[in-house]
Design a protein around this ligand. Structure first.
Ligand SMILES: Nc1ncnc2c1ncn2[C@@H]1O[C@H](COP(=O)(O)OP(=O)(O)OP(=O)(O)O)[C@@H](O)[C@H]1O
Ligand SMILES: [Mg+2]
Length: 256
C-alpha cells in the first residue's frame, strides 16, 4: 500500500473557480466524483469540497480524516442555504470550490448553487437513466448558460467499448463530454462513501480510481481554461505489476 503524500498547495487570494456536480438522478456517482475531484484539484490549488446535499453530511469525512490522522488535500464544509451559497465567490482563499448537490434539486436551487464555472453531469451507461438525464440537461442545465460537461460514470470493464461509442455519439450531437470515464470499481466505495483517501484504500484496485480521477481533473482544468495539470503522485506513474498469468500448455506452445 502506498504512502499518503502530503500536499501543500500554494496560498491563493482571488475569486475561486466553482465546479458543480449535478444530476437529476440519485446514486449516479456525484458525491464520489465530487470527492475525487476535490482530492485531485487540491493538489493544484487550495480546494473546498462543499456538500450542498442536506441529506448527507460529507463534512463528516473531515472527522474521519482527523480520526485516522491523515492529511486531506482539501477542506470540507456543508451548506445548503442558497443565500449563503450565493456568496461563495467571496471565499478568495480557495482556488477551487467543488459543490456536491442533492439529487432532484429544483431549478431555483440549481440556479443558485450552480453559479459555477463548470457544471459536471455524471451519466450512467443505462439507456433509460441516461435519457432522463439528457432531458434534464436540455431543460435545466443548458438554460443556466453555464458551461457544462458530461462524464460517463460507473462504466463496467465489459462495457468500455459501449461507453466510448456513447461518448462519440454525444460528441457528434454537440453535447460536451469528458473523454475520461470513471470505471466501475469496488475501490470507489472506500473513497466515496467512507471518506478514506484512495491511497489508503484496502481494495486491490485502489490505484485505478485514483488514475481516473487525476485524468478527469486534468480535463476539468482544461475546461476551466487553465493550463495547469495535476501533479501525479509516484504511484500513479509507476507501473503497478499485474498478477502473473498462469502458463498453460497452449500458451507455452504459442510462445515457442
Ligand atoms: N465508479 C464507481 N464504481 C463503483 N461504485 C461507484 C462508483 N461511483 C459511485 N459508486 C458507488 O455508487 C453509490 C452511489 O454513489 P454516490 O453516492 O457517489 O452517488 P450520488 O449521485 O452522489 O448519490 P445521491 O444522488 O444519492 O447523493 C455509492 O455506493 C458509491 O460508492
Ligand atoms: Mg450524493
Amino acid at each position: 500500500m502506498p504512502q499518503v503524500e502530503q500536499v501543500e498547495p500554494p496560498p491563493w487570494d482571488g475569486p475561486p473557480l466553482i465546479v458543480v456536480l449535478w444530476g437529476g438522478k440519485g446514486g449516479i456517482g456525484k458525491s464520489t466524483l465530487a470527492f475525487l475531484l476535490a482530492w485531485s484539484l487540491g493538489k493544484v490549488g487550495r480546494t473546498l469540497l462543499l456538500d450542498a446535499d442536506p441529506e448527507q453530511k460529507e463534512g463528516n469525512a473531515q472527522e474521519l480524516y482527523d480520526l485516522l490522522e491523515l492529511p486531506a488535500t482539501f477542506d470540507f464544509a456543508s451548506e445548503d442555504d442558497p443565500a449563503k451559497l450565493a456568496g461563495l465567490r467571496r471565499a478568495r482563499q480557495y482556488r477551487f470550490i467543488v459543490i456536491d448537490n442533492a439529487p432532484h434539486r429544483d431549478r431555483e436551487i440549481l440556479k443558485t448553487t450552480c453559479d459555477g464555472d463548470l457544471i459536471v453531469v455524471p451519466l450512467p451507461l443505462d439507456y433509460l437513466e441516461a435519457r432522463a438525464i439528457m432531458s434534464s440537461i436540455r431543460e435545466i442545465v443548458i438554460p443556466t448558460g453555464h458551461p457544462y460537461r458530461v462524464v460517463m460514470s460507473k462504466v463496467d470493464a465489459a462495457r468500455k467499448a459501449k461507453a466510448v461509442r456513447t461518448l462519440d455519439t454525444l460528441d457528434l450531437a454537440g453535447i460536451p463530454v469528458f473523454r475520461t470515464h470513471m470505471r466501475e470499481l469496488v475501490a470507489h466505495q472506500d473513497a466515496g462513501q467512507m471518506g478514506i483517501p484512495i491511497t489508503e484504500g484496502t481494495s486491490k484496485t485502489w490505484h485505478k480510481p485514483g488514475k481516473d480521477a487525476l485524468d478527469l481533473a486534468d480535463e476539468v482544468l482544461a475546461a476551466l481554461g487553465l493550463a495547469d495539470r495535476v501533479p501525479r503522485p509516484a504511484w500513479a506513474v509507476e507501473k503497478v505489476p499485474s498478477p502473473r498469468k498462469k502458463t498453460t500448455a497452449r500458451t507455452r506452445k504459442a510462445g515457442s
